[in-house]
Design a protein around this ligand. Structure first.
Ligand code: ATP
Ligand code: MG
Length: 412
């Protein structure tokens, strides 16, 4: 079988071979190509030691020399070339204490996590498949290389990788591998929250986000974050309540765009606001995502009256992106949003003011009107904005300043 690879990968493999060493494309790129998916990157594995790789190419970047990885830049793209290696003992449940180089490709494939990730390829040799990866690819199965229990004990991150790959590829997890996940779940305590989060985010952004229920079924959710199990309870409760009969939890997330904030918001949307924020923070999501997801879910939880004043008010409280995300969540919950969308479009087309930035009066106007700079400034501007949100026709400097004079007269 011949696999198409980028010219640069062919060139690197050929160059290493011409120096008398072995070299293959390996891992994700082989898996994805066989599945007809576009690989993210092409990793190369070789019998040449890092120093030898450096000598062959002259110009290289030391990316992970202690693990045997050297990056070759060709046509402005980076290709990681890693020496065949055997991982030493694992004591921290996450990293090998040491690595040892070997000249045996099979040894290198053996240290890899899943059979579908443990295949190598070169034009000369074809596919090297020592652990039944092709068969598992054909059957859509995630299976550990070797004994699942041992492999997850070595590195607990593999637990999340298994579920993440199942979600990205729409695969099932082989029985023994699945059982071992439940057994070794407590070891996830040894994995950093950032790593857990990156894997879970990939899962939510995938084509099969409903595979998230595996986190609950296998029993890993307590180790993902405090209160994470509640997400699944709330989803089940919602499915029952809305009578989405036969629907599998989280399948509805597929209709959301594959964007981080929106998918996290959709996933957590049945939980109380405080809980949502707590989980996102515990998982070390970035502030922008936390902000977007909390605003979207909070706004989606309250009904919007189909009136322009109300929609303008909502728009003033969030970004356009958050507003659109909020509508998507409302749709997931079965709310109709056509009328809201129509009104929002009118508001945008008419250029109605929905923020302090769009207000016809600014700080300088208040100063000129004799208002001393200070706390009152902000209050007055917010008050003016609230008038304008009710009635956009009021957004004119002379009108707003006149309203201000009336208000001050009343107050005196
Ligand atoms: P992706 O599309 O997410 O990049 P990938 O399979 O390329 O998928 P990487 O994390 O880039 O995944 O890793 C490259 C290869 O290294 C994997 O295919 C696998 O063979 C091996 N690998 C990565 N992480 C582990 C791990 N934690 N334990 C064992 N092998 C691993
Ligand atoms: Mg990769």
């Amino acid at each position: 079988m011949r696999i198409e690879m980028p010219y640069e990968a062919e060139w690197i493999i050929e160059k290493i071979r011409s120096h008398g060493f072995e070299a293959f494309a390996v891992g994700g790129c082989v898996r994805d190509t066989l599945l007809g998916r576009k690989p993210g990157d092409w990793d190369i594995t070789t019998s040449a030691k890092p120093e030898e790789v450096k000598q062959i190419f002259g110009k290289t970047v030391d990316t992970g020399l202690q693990h045997g990885t050297v990056t070759i830049i060709k046509n402005r793209k980076g290709y990681e070339v890693t020496t065949y290696r055997i991982d030493g003992e694992y004591h921290d449940g996450r990293h090998p204490d040491s690595v040892e180089f070997t000249s045996n490709l099979k040894e290198d494939l053996k240290r890899r996590d899943f059979t579908i990730n443990a295949m190598a390829y070169s034009h000369e040799t074809g596919i090297v498949d020592e652990f039944g990866g092709m068969e598992d690819l054909k059957n859509g199965v995630i299976r550990c290389v070797g004994l699942a229990h041992d492999r997850f004990t070595e590195d607990a991150l593999r637990i999340l990788r298994a579920i993440r790959f199942a979600a990205q590829l729409g695969f099932s997890i082989e029985k023994e591998t699945y059982r071992a996940i439940g057994e070794i779940a407590p070891n996830l305590k040894k994995v950093s929250k950032e790593r857990i989060q990156t894997e879970f985010t990939k899962l939510l952004l995938s084509d099969y986000p409903e595979k998230a229920v595996m986190a609950d079924e296998t029993g890993i959710s307590p180790y993902v974050a405090d209160g994470f199990g509640e997400v699944f309870d709330a989803e089940r409760e919602w499915l029952t309540r809305t009578g989405a009969c036969g629907a599998y939890g989280f399948e509805e997330l597929k209709s959301l765009p594959a964007e981080k904030s929106v998918r996290w918001a959709g996933f957590l949307r049945h939980l109380p606001s405080g809980r949502i924020k707590q989980i996102l923070k515990a998982l070390k999501l970035d502030n922008e995502t936390i902000d977007n997801a909390t605003v979207m879910t909070a706004a989606a939880a309250v009904p919007f009256a189909p009136e322009k004043a109300e929609i303008r008010k909502q728009l003033s409280r969030m970004t356009d992106y958050q507003f659109d995300g909020c509508l998507l969540l409302k749709e997931l919950n079965g709310e109709k949003t056509e009328e809201i969308r129509r009104l929002k479009k009118e508001i945008t087309d008419d250029g109605d003011c929905v923020s302090l930035k769009g207000l016809a009066v600014g700080g300088a106007d208040l100063l000129a009107a004799g208002i001393p700079q200070g706390k009152e400034f902000g209050e007055i501007l917010s008050w003016m904005l609230s008038l304008v949100l009710e009635d956009p026709a009021l957004n004119r400097k002379e009108i707003l300043l006149e309203k201000l004079r009336e208000r001050r007269d009343r107050q005196n």
